[in-house]
Design a protein around this ligand. Structure first.
Ligand code: PXG
Length: 284
């Protein structure tokens, strides 16, 4: 199926959806993006994603040439033109076409690209049995050099860690910050359960504040599961009763092994399963 791609207000067939090689998004990773999901024709936490996009853009001094309302409409229009109800949405705003050299002032207008496609998920088997992760030696960018709160087009920090995970035979890798505290995985936030309490690194640890992470914290609070945003060490993950990851693409996926050690009894735990069920209801 060839889906149409939105570029600056126009729709192009996938094979004709092209941008300039002088775009600073390509040349320097200068831009921001969002990865979203739609369920039954409705974008999950749409406004929150668009808010995060505009905050990322603001942080890198990038002006998006349309309002948040217009952006939400453009996303809905792209889904509609492609007849997609359950989809993955990739929204990219790049610095746009410029000259060679990093000066962003040489790029007069940002480019807005919206790609909608089928979702590619982890295999179902991993949702049932859990996934293994490995700690990467690549440290998460400290907020003082490039804030992980910016969802930027420069993902090399995460890609370096992902490569380490894959080399260790794992599809995700755990990233620590420069103080050795647990941050997040390369494209997912991390949670553990210890003695019935749900724990996840606080934003101060240097993470992307995931929208799915926020939805899971809301669900836990609504359903009386005690939860805390705090500092976690790798040791805490090693001795956790349960562990899972959250992200727009993965939703909630259990982790049953880290650095070749089983987590808890090596099977997805009851609180993880409860949250997976509650999340399914939320998106139904
Ligand atoms: N941490 C990082 C570093 C991420 O990139 C998350 C956490 C989870 O955030 P959300 O808001 O999705 O709950 C992400 C999300 C992709 C893709 O296509 C990447 C993400 C999400 C969806 C798709 O690479 N990253």
């Amino acid at each position: 199926m060839s889906y149409k791609v939105y570029i600056n207000g126009e729709f192009f067939d996938k094979e004709n959806a092209k941008i300039s090689v002088y775009d600073h998004g390509l040349l320097y990773g200068d831009g921001v993006f969002e990865g979203m999901r739609s369920y039954n024709g409705k974008v999950f936490r749409h406004e929150e994603h668009i808010d995060r996009l505009y905050k990322s853009a603001k942080a890198i001094h990038l002006t998006i040439p349309m309002t948040q309302e217009e952006m939400m409409r453009a996303v809905n229009d792209t889904l509609a033109i492609n007849g997609l109800k359950d989809a993955y949405i990739r929204l990219v705003v790049s610095r746009g076409v410029g000259t060679l050299g990093i000066d962003p002032n040489r790029c007069p207008t940002a480019q807005v690209i919206i790609i909608t496609d089928m979702i590619s998920l982890y295999p179902q088997e991993l949702y049932e049995n859990g996934l293994g992760i490995a700690t990467a030696s690549t440290i998460r960018n400290p907020a003082s050099s490039l804030s992980p709160r910016i969802k930027s087009l420069n993902y090399l920090n995460n890609i370096m860690a992902k490569l380490e995970g894959l080399q260790a035979g794992c599809s995700e890798a755990l990233m620590l910050n420069h103080q050795g505290q647990v941050c997040e995985c390369t494209g997912d936030n991390i949670f553990i359960v210890q003695d019935g309490t749900l724990l996840t690194p606080s934003p101060d640890c240097g993470i992307l504040e995931g929208i799915t992470r926020g939805a899971v914290l809301d669900l836990a609070r609504e359903h009386g599961i005690p939860c805390k945003e705090c500092v976690l060490t790798r040791h805490d993950v090693y001795i956790a009763d349960e562990c899972f990851l959250t992200g727009s693409a993965a939703e909630i996926i259990p982790v049953t092994q880290i650095d070749a050690r089983p987590i808890g009894d090596g099977k997805p735990g009851p609180i993880t399963q409860k949250l997976i069920a509650l999340f399914k209801e939320l998106i139904a």
